[in-house]
Design a protein around this ligand. Structure first.
Ligand code: FE
Ligand code: MN
Length: 299
């Protein structure tokens, strides 16, 4: 299977493009990388931002890394984005995502990906309001896809997240979102399924199984986030941790559903207070373990 790497592990630690690129190539031995907006904020003034964006993409290229996309990180996930309670805030979010598209185009990345946002409690628990926001979001995503096409991107990727105040958040409404958007957007809109979100039990209950997601949504799935988890909270642990996932269970699903062509981006989020030394060691162990047991996608 193809193992890629989301750069979330490097946030607040390794911020020089050349240093991080060489670390990924030589120590982590990962070829496919997904850049996180936590390393470069799309909101920053475009001229200075784009200069930094170019430094990143050129450093990746020099090391032979393949930048397959840029992706929303923790910072952008914190805000309500396209599901904010007012039209004014939703418009700001649309502008934010357009700026992320601009930044991605500068980096020669062919896609952006992100969760869509989160509702305020009072909207999420009001069925009429929920429906209204859903329809508004469909139109905002269509507008974003039009902009993505104009800027030369090939697709937009949506990551289902695990809260009731968010959507999509389960296999059924992920499929519905894909069907509602299908054929109505200027570039294709696809799903990234995060293993840790997909098997979160308190919310999904008996649906907390990757096979449920694949049975429903497989034709729309572009790629995955791979993280270890206990299924109780969204852990983003590395694979030196014990948890609900193990090599055999991952391999079983990959083989049963013929997923070997889709990239599994390892997305580990370490506590900020963890030492850089431990993180370096741990992400290296995790990548080598996955590459050695599940193969492909490395150097
Ligand atoms: Fe994720
Ligand atoms: Mn997650």
């Amino acid at each position: 299977m193809k193992i890629g790497l989301n750069l979330s592990f490097a946030v607040k630690r390794w911020l020089e493009p050349k240093f991080l690129s060489s670390m990924i190539r030589n120590d982590l031995k990962s070829r496919y990388i997904q850049f996180t907006w936590d390393l470069l904020n799309p909101w920053w003034p475009s001229r200075q931002r784009d200069k930094i964006a170019r430094e990143w993409s050129q450093a990746f290229k020099k090391e032979g890394l393949v930048l397959t996309g840029t992706f929303g990180g923790l910072a952008s996930y914190t805000y309500p984005q396209l599901m904010a309670p007012t039209a004014e805030q939703r418009k700001i979010s649309l502008d934010f995502f357009k700026r992320a598209i601009d930044m991605s185009a500068v980096m020669e990345s062919s896609s952006i990906g992100t969760p869509l946002g989160g509702m305020t409690h009072n909207d999420a628990y009001n069925e009429k309001k929920r429906e209204e926001i859903y329809n508004i979001v469909l139109d905002l995503v269509r507008e974003l896809a039009t902009y993505a096409k104009k800027m030369g991107l090939e697709k937009i990727i949506i990551e289902p997240t695990p809260l009731f105040t968010e959507f999509p958040n389960n296999p059924k409404n992920s499929l519905k979102l894909m069907q509602d958007l299908n054929g109505t957007t200027d570039v294709p809109v696809r799903l990234l399924v995060d293993w840790g979100h997909a098997i979160l039990e308190p919310f999904l209950k008996e649906q907390a199984d990757m096979e449920n997601w694949l049975n429903k949504c497989q034709p729309y799935i572009d790629c995955f986030h791979l993280q270890q988890t206990d299924g109780l909270l969204d852990r983003h642990w590395s694979f030196t941790h014990d948890g609900k996932l193990n090599i055999d269970s991952i391999r079983y699903v990959i083989e049963k559903y013929n997923l070997s062509d889709l990239i599994q981006y390892v997305e580990v989020i370490y506590p900020f207070e963890e030492t850089d030394e431990n993180v370096y060691d741990d992400i290296r162990k995790t990548m080598h373990m996955l590459q050695n047991s599940l193969g492909e996608g490395g150097y």
